[in-house]
Design a protein around this ligand. Sequence first.
Ligand SMILES: Cc1cc2nc3c(=O)[nH]c(=O)nc-3n(C[C@H](O)[C@H](O)[C@H](O)COP(=O)(O)O)c2cc1C
Length: 194
Amino acid sequence: MTTIAIVFHSRFGHTGVQAEAVRRGAASAPTAEVLLVSVDDYEHAWEAIDAADAIVFGTPTYMAGPSAPFKAFLDATSGRWAQQLWKDKIAAGFTNSGGVNGDKLATLQALSLFAMQHGMVWVGLGLLPGSFESVGDLNRLGSFLGAMAHSPADATPEIAPGSGDLATAEYLGRRVATAAARWMDARAPIEVAS
Ligand SMILES: Cc1cc2nc3c(=O)[nH]c(=O)nc-3n(C[C@H](O)[C@H](O)[C@H](O)COP(=O)(O)O)c2cc1C
């Protein structure tokens, strides 16, 4: 069994829908146990996050980076950073924003650099770009570092992100769960014949 923690922020609900899609994807892997943590509750979830084999970070893009509540969570991990407590855990990220581009890449870069500071092992999306014209296409926004989703300012969380972006988030969740299972297996102690 591998455990996947998904820590996310969502003020208006759109990134929450994306986080739920990541959860569905991770939970579809046969050996995964998945925990969804809103940053509103992270202070009560440290033990579970520390125990996870993989942590997926998700935040809306606000002012070209992670939102302030999500950044507060990232900053609150500095004690863990000092002890390298999360070293060698699998990490991945996703973001959602109002603009088609909206500088989402800057957010994923911030999340991946954060994971590197912790000595984590970053898992990218692993998908070729889909067709933007087809709303149902996997990776229609053409991201490599993590999953992106687009929620126009006038669209409610019931209709945005769209089906392709949610399928992409699901894909990332399943990929992380699979990678974590392989990684944990590979890290199993080597038995030496006596
Ligand atoms: C303070 C603030 C800053 C924002 N900055 C950006 C931005 O830099 N790029 C962008 O595309 N959208 C930006 N947006 C739009 C949000 O990313 C978008 O509304 C997103 O769907 C919000 O996610 P949520 O519903 O999970 O809170 C911003 C919104 C707010 C409130």
